[in-house]
Design a protein around this ligand. Structure first.
Ligand SMILES: Cc1cc2nc3c(=O)[nH]c(=O)nc-3n(C[C@H](O)[C@H](O)[C@H](O)COP(=O)(O)OP(=O)(O)OC[C@H]3O[C@@H](n4cnc5c(N)ncnc54)[C@H](O)[C@@H]3O)c2cc1C
Ligand code: SF4
Length: 485
């Protein structure tokens, strides 16, 4: 169980983040890993609980707590503590096909359920996970695993985000011939175009795609299913089709003069920025010396804030419609439930460091875009609150803010039009594809996984869904499955 007294002897130490002023100089990742001795001490803090909530993914009050992949956390913490990194790697990869992604961007549902967190500081599970996979790449343990036996079954996967990649990885390992269709010019979904480079450097996405290609997965990029190739074409050619197309229709802003120049959706803005980083000939929206307002106080909004800070924006404000969450857990939200608390993420920290104030303004939304010659110059905001369960404007609370660029990060409203119209599948109230417990739609041989099934969620959930869809598709094709999701 690691070191029986580890959690008593050592405080939690997380990977250090570079100072905001330093990290804002570039779009590079800014975490500085611990040295080996410190890492092993951190792993020794794991108590190997009889019931490890960290890997449980149990549902409490409608929300899951613990790792959705059921990562074998106490096992690999113990192996790290003892210096058995190869064993830690083998155990990690047994359930998590993409720890290089979760070890960077997962909000660590595991840590919120860690028993050490009940009366102290949880184990640094997320950072330990990243340590294992990066050591594995450094030592050459992470190699392409080329399947030795092939079946004659052909599978099409639409979309190459974490759900598509995880489904493709497992079905290819099983021996099926897998082709992944992607409308963008590069595979990776939101891992590539969405999540910014400073959170997940794109070389790490590309590094893994190289291995997946060597393993035999075929990627067909720049191909939009529903437009360049249709459901009918795919049905003729493949034994099964798995839709992993995400839930990327952005929620729009319903305000006066919305269509003036200078208003953009967050993912378009972030995508262009990444494309420009990868190829400086690509055009992007530069917010240098601009007054920026981001609508939406969530993670996507924070990624926009961090990106604008790196551009050198003149000012950055983030509007959030909901009131501020408490700083500490409320009694009604005890461990091991997911803590509903206010977190100040990297982008917001950077605004505080540079401008001396938190960028967030709560209980506020945009009422009007004010433009000159068609270009956005200011916005009119208004405070909002719930009256009888209905979101209502507070009379007389309007304010004018200078704003050259308005970024809409107000969430997502389901699957995109092209694929929906081509496939004509039943959708849920959240405008995502409806499927049974086998991840199968009512249409013969069509499965779904990831955000296009559960709605906008997290990378770890997309990977978990991809694994389940792979197992179910395999069963459908072979009558049984050796894939363990
Ligand atoms: C800005 C942003 C930041 C985020 N940050 C985090 C984070 O830090 N941590 C975290 O856990 N989660 C984060 N998320 C959420 C996470 O990225 C998603 O939940 C996850 O990527 C969903 O995976 P997916 O495979 O279902 O879909 P996606 O990643 O959306 O991939 C779907 C893919 O399908 C392709 N596609 C769509 N339609 C077609 C078609 N017709 N033909 C061919 N291809 C098609 C798309 O181009 C895309 O590549 C973030 C989301 C956003 C928007
Ligand atoms: S995938 Fe996420 S929830 Fe699971 S162990 Fe890693 S950091 Fe924790």
């Amino acid at each position: 169980m690691g070191k029986p007294t580890g959690f008593l002897e050592y405080e939690r130490v997380s990977n250090t983040w570079m100072e905001p002023s330093k990290r804002m100089e570039s779009f590079e990742e800014f975490q500085i890993p611990l040295d080996e001795k410190q890492r092993r001490q951190q792993a020794s803090r794991c108590m190997n609980c009889g019931v490890p909530y960290c890997q449980s993914a149990i549902e409490l009050k409608g929300m899951v707590t613990g790792c959705p992949l059921h990562n074998l956390i106490p096992e690999w913490n113990d192996a790290i503590y003892r210096g058995y990194d190869k064993i830690a790697f083998d155990r990690l990869l047994k359930v998590n096909p993409f720890p290089e992604f979760t070890g960077r961007v997962c909000p660590a549902l595991c840590e919120k359920a860690c028993l050490n967190g009940l009366d102290g500081q949880s184990v640094s599970i997320h950072d330990n996970e990243k340590y294992i996979i990066e050591i594995a790449y450094q030592k050459g343990w992470m190699k392409a695993q080329i399947p030795t036996v092939r079946t004659d079954r052909k599978i099409a996967i639409i979309g190459s985000g974490p759900a598509g990649l995880s489904t493709a990885y497992l079905l290819n390992q099983r021996g099926h011939s897998v082709t992944v269709y992607e409308k963008e010019d590069q595979p990776g979904g939101l891992l590539m175009y969405g999540i910014p480079n400073m959170k997940l450097n794109k070389t790490f996405v590309e590094r893994r795609i190289v291995l997946l290609k060597q393993e035999g997965i075929k990627f067909v990029c720049n191909t939009e299913v529903g437009k360049d190739i249709t459901r009918k074409d795919l049905e003729k050619e493949y034994d099964a089709i798995i839709l992993c197309v995400g839930s990327k229709t952005p929620r729009d802003l319903n305000c006066k003069n919305r269509n003036c120049e200078g208003v953009y959706f967050a993912v378009d803005f972030l995508t262009k920025n990444t494309k420009h980083l990868l190829n400086d000939k690509e055009a992007y929206i530069n917010t240098k010396n601009k007054n920026v307002v981001v609508v939406g106080g969530g993670d996507t909004g924070n990624d926009c804030v961090g990106t604008c800070m790196r551009h050198g924006a003149k000012s950055v404000i983030q509007l959030e419609m909901m009131p501020k969450a408490p700083d500490e857990r409320l009694e009604s939200n005890p461990w091991p439930e997911w803590p509903k608390v206010c977190k100040t993420d990297y982008g917001q920290q950077e605004v505080i460091a540079k401008f001396g104030h938190d960028p967030r303004i709560y209980s506020t939304t945009v009422k009007e875009c004010i433009a000159k010659d068609g270009h956005l110059k200011q916005i009119k905001t208004v405070q909002v609150g719930f009256v009888d369960g209905k979101l209502t404007e507070v009379k007389g609370s309007e304010q004018i803010l200078d704003c050259d660029v308005l970024l809409i990060a107000a969430g997502f409203v389901g699957v995109e039009k092209t694929i929906k119209e081509d496939f004509q599948l039943e959708c849920t109230a959240r405008n995502v594809f409806k499927a049974d417990e086998k991840f199968q739609t009512k249409a013969d041989k069509i499965f779904v996984a990831g955000d296009c099934h559960r709605g906008q969620s997290l990378v770890v959930w997309a990977i978990a869904e991809g694994k389940k869809a792979a197992e179910m598709t395999d069963k459908f094709l072979m009558g049984y499955s050796s894939i363990q999701s």
